[in-house]
Design a protein around this ligand. Sequence first.
Ligand SMILES: [Zn+2]
Length: 453
Amino acid sequence: MAQSTNENIINWQEVGEETITHLRALLRLDTRNPPGNEVRAAEYLRALFEAEGISGEIVGPSKDRGTFIARLKGDGSAPPLLLMSHTDVVAVEPEQWTHGPFSGDIAGGFIYGRGALDMKQMVTMEAMTMLLLHRAGVRLKRDVIYMAAADEECGGHEGAGWVVENRPELIRAEYALNEGGGSGFEIGGCRYYPVQTAEKGTVRFRIRTYGRPGHGSVPHDESAILKLSAIVAKLTPDLLPVHFTNTLRGYIAGIASAQPPDIAQALQAVLADETTADAEVDRLPVEDSLKQRIHAMLRNTVTPTVLKAGSQINVIPSEAEALVDGRSLPGWTPTTFLEELRTAIGNEAEIAFLDPSTPLEADLQSPLFNIIKDVLKEHDPEATAVPFLLTGGTDAKHVTQLGTKVYGFVPGLYVGEGEGRRVHGHDERVSVRSLQWGVRVLYEVVERFASGA
Ligand SMILES: [Zn+2]
C-alpha cells in the first residue's frame, strides 16, 4: 500500500490528544452565525498551521468573515483534493445546556460545545490530517487543500460561495471531502457508515394569492386567505411522486446487503417500483423517523413553513402569502420542479423562487469512494459503507460549481440512538473515542488517496 511506512511513525495516542486540545479551543471561540465572527477560528487555524511551517491565507468579504485556506503541494501528477469544512455554528439556548455551549467541557467521555458535531470536529480532524501529512513528509501526487469556511449555516455566500466567486484558484480540486455523512448508524444490530454522494437542491418559493378585500362581517368566497389555504392544504409530505436516484438505489441496496434475508427482501421491494415504493417503505421494520427520511429521499418535497396574511380581525385582506421550503432531487431544475408542482396543485397560485440552488450527485464508483470503503473495512470490518442522499444542503452546492466531486464523509463512531439529533440541538457533543477513531480514518483515506495513483 502506498506510503504505508508513514503509518509507523505516527503515534495515534498523541494525535488523539492533540485533536482533543484543538477541538476544545475551537469550541471555545464563539462563531455563532449570525453574525459569524469566523475570523476567530480562521486566525486560530492560521497560527496552528504556521507554527508547523504551513502557510495559509485568510480570505473573505470582510474582516470578520474569514475563511482559512492552506495547501500542501503534490508533484502535480494528479489533480488536487480539497478538505472542506465550516467554522460557523448555529444559535444556542444556553439555559438548556448542561455544559456551556462554548465551554469545550469534557465529561463522561464526551466533548461538549456548539459545533462538536456540526462541524468543528471535522475542522479539527482535517487540520490534523494536514499537519500529519506535512510532518511525515508524505510524497503527494495530489495537492491537498484545506478550507475552513465561514457562513455555511446561512447559505455560505460569505464563505465558500465567496471563495468560488472571487478566489476560485485557491480551492479548485477534482475531489472534495465535506460534511454530510460518515457517522455510523445501526439498523437491526447491523452497522453502517453513510457516505454522502448526493444532496438535494433548495427550491424555496413564495406562493401569493390575491382576492377581494372586504368587511369581516360580510364573507365572500374571493378571499385571498381561503384561496391560499386551499393550496397550502395540498402541500402534504407525499404530494409529489417518487423518483429513484442512483444514490437512493445504492443506499437501500447497501443496507439490504448486510441484513437477514427477510428484511433484505423487504428493502429490495422498495426499489421494485416507483409507484409502490411508499407503501413498501411504510412496511419496513425500522423506526418511523428513518421511514420519514426515506420518504423524503424518494421525491421532491414541499414543506410550508411561514404564513402571512391580514392585520386586523375585521378586515378581509386582499393578499395572502405562504413561504414553502422546497427541496429537489438530483437532476431536477427549478423549471422542471415547478412543472411537477403545477401538475399537483394547479396553475392558480403565483409562485416565485427564492434563491434556488442546484441538487448534486457524485459518482458511486469513484476511486475516492473506493478508498473510503477500504479504510472503513480495515477499521470496522463488520460495518458496511453506503451512499447517502442528504435532504438538506451544504457548501457542496458552491464548490461543485467548479466541477469538484464532493463526498460527505466525517468519520465518526456510532455512539447510541439519537446522538445525531444533537446537531443544532442542546448539549451537542462528540465522544472522545469517536474523535480519536475519526481522525485516524480520515488521515488514512486522505493519505492513501493523495499519495496513490
Ligand atoms: Zn454543517
